[in-house]
Design a protein. Structure first.
Length: 118
């Protein structure tokens, strides 16, 4: 079982940027799909972005053109670069393994809080 630790969240003004990191306790080379998910207050957790082992990506419509997901298998880390942040991006961000249909599976970490002020 891989343990995932998210970091990089914080408070930022609208239009600002943050870079989230997801560090795994073991190699992620064999993990085909990794995803970033977020849970906004009062809402269900949703997929933000996903990346496969060969670099194919998938983004929620609301973040296309603003967020970029990447993975560094050598460092066992998945990143989420978030630009042009909006108040509606506020939430707790989690990473997890994902199925080929981008559904999360495995244990959730503590997540990292992102708050975007207007």
């Amino acid at each position: 079982q891989v343990q995932l630790v998210e970091s990089g969240g914080g408070l930022v003004q609208a239009g600002g940027s943050l870079r989230l990191s997801c560090a795994a306790s073991r190699s992620i080379f064999s993990i085909n799909t990794m995803g970033w998910y977020r849970q906004a207050p009062g809402k269900q957790r949703e997929l933000v972005a996903g990346v496969t082992r060969i670099g194919n990506t998938n983004y929620a419509d609301s973040v296309k053109g603003r967020f970029t997901i990447s993975r560094d298998n050598a460092k066992n880390t998945v990143y989420l670069q978030m630009n042009s942040l909006r108040p509606e991006d506020t939430g707790v961000y989690y990473c997890n393994r994902a199925t080929t249909s981008w559904a999360p599976f495995g244990s959730w970490g503590q997540g990292t809080q992102v708050t975007v002020s207007s």
